[in-house]
Each structure stands twice: as C-alpha cells, then as structure tokens.
Design a protein around this ligand. Sequence first.
Ligand code: ZN
Length: 126
Amino acid sequence: MAEVEFVKCDCCGLTEECTPAYIASVREKFEGRWLCGLCSVAVNDETVRSEEDITTNEAMDRHMRFREQFKSSTPPAKPAEELISAVRHLLRKTLESPRKKNGSSTTSFSGSENRFSSMSNEEVST
Ligand SMILES: [Zn+2]
C-alpha cells in the first residue's frame, strides 16, 4: 500500500489523504498551494471561463471569493463528524458492558474510564 499524508485544501479546508507524489504535483500546479479535487476543477474552470488570460493565482482568488460567498450563505454543518462520534460512543458502550459484569462495579468503572481515554488518544494519532 502506498504511503499517504493528510493534506488540507487551501480553498475550502477539506482534508484529504493523498500520496506525497500527488501532493507535490498539485502544489506545483497551483503555485505552492494545495487544492482538493473539487476546488482544482473549479479553479481550472475559472481559467477556462475567463475572457482574458488569467494566471492560476488569479483563478484561485476568484474561486476563493466565490467560496466565501457560498460559505456565508450556508450554515456550517458537519454531519459526518457527528455520525463518527456517535458511532464511537456506541462502540465504547458495547465494549464496556461485558467487563462491568465481572468484578466490582466501582473499580471496573474507573478502570474503564482510563482505558477509554487512552483508546481515544490512539484513535486521534492514527
Ligand atoms: Zn477544496
């Protein structure tokens, strides 16, 4: 499996997992900035649509202005993140219940608290 890195779009802030080679090729194309697939298509579109011959930088500025207008007219929503945290919560409860039956309730409860906080740290780093 190819090595991947997390890279953030300079336009919309979307994070994508990409190979270092792909990240480098995108940066080269957009004057050192990294754009996600959607934004790079949109920036290309700005270049094509423009009557005069605009640079990639100008096309990016136009696209970013467009994004700003779009962003202010729509409320921020992160349904995917909410779903993930809900699923994690559910998983933790499922993991927790069989252990609670064994041993005394007070010690296993505090023990599981430590266990879950270390588990969430692992999830963040991976
Ligand atoms: Zn983007």
